[in-house]
Write a protein that binds this ligand. Structure first.
Ligand SMILES: [Zn+2]
Ligand SMILES: [Zn+2]
Length: 169
C-alpha cells in the first residue's frame, strides 16, 4: 500500500467496496464528504441509500455529497461559460456607451442638445437653414410650435424634419 501513496496523502476506505483510496486534487474542497473511491462506487452508494431511505430522502443526500464525479471537462465548461458571460457584458457596455454618446443623434444649432428629431428651418434672413430641436422650435423666437410659424417671427421658414434612423434599430 505504501507504494501507491508516495506523497503521504490522506487516505480513506471506500464505504462501498471497502478498498482504501487516497486524496485527489478534485476532492480538495470536499474531502471530508467523500466516502467512495470512484464514481461507480458513489452511484452504488446512492442506489443503496435510496433503497434504504426511500426516494424522497435521496435528493437531500445527493445535495450533501459533493460531486465526486466532476472531472477536468467540467472545469473547462465552467471556464467557457465565464468567458461568454464576460464577452456579453463587454458588448452590453459598448452598446450603452454608444447610446449615451450619440447613437446617431444630432445637436440642435441653438441649444447644442443632442436629439433624435430636428426641425430644419430658417429663423432669420442672414444665417440660412438651421437644425433646431423641438424645444427651441416651440419658442416664439423660432416658430412658437407652429409648423408654418405662429407669426411672431416673420423670418421663420419651415424646411422639413430630420429623424434619427439609428434609434429604431
Ligand atoms: Zn469503492
Ligand atoms: Zn435646441
Amino acid at each position: 500500500m505504501k507504494a501507491r501513496n508516495p506523497n503521504n496523502l490522506p487516505e480513506k476506505v471506500c464505504v462501498v467496496c471497502q478498498r482504501p483510496f487516497t486524496w485527489r486534487k478534485k476532492w480538495e474542497r470536499c474531502w471530508d464528504d467523500v466516502t467512495t473511491c470512484s464514481k461507480r462506487c458513489n452511484n452504488e452508494r446512492k442506489r443503496s441509500n435510496r433503497i434504504a431511505r426511500g426516494a424522497a430522502d435521496a435528493e437531500g443526500e445527493d445535495a450533501m455529497q459533493c460531486d465526486v464525479s466532476s472531472d477536468a471537462s467540467d472545469g473547462a465548461a465552467e471556464k467557457a461559460n465565464k468567458k461568454a458571460a464576460k464577452k456579453a457584458a463587454k458588448a452590453e457596455r459598448r452598446a450603452r456607451r454608444e447610446g449615451v454618446s450619440s447613437g446617431g443623434q444630432k445637436a440642435c444649432d441653438l441649444c447644442a442638445r443632442s436629439v433624435d428629431l430636428l426641425i430644419r428651418c430658417e429663423i432669420d434672413r442672414s444665417s440660412g437653414w438651421r437644425m433646431v430641436c423641438g424645444r427651441c422650435w416651440k419658442t416664439p423666437a423660432v416658430a412658437g410650435g407652429v409648423p408654418d410659424g405662429d407669426g411672431q417671427n416673420p423670418n421663420y421658414r419651415y424646411g422639413g424634419l430630420w429623424k434619427n434612423l439609428h434609434r429604431t434599430m
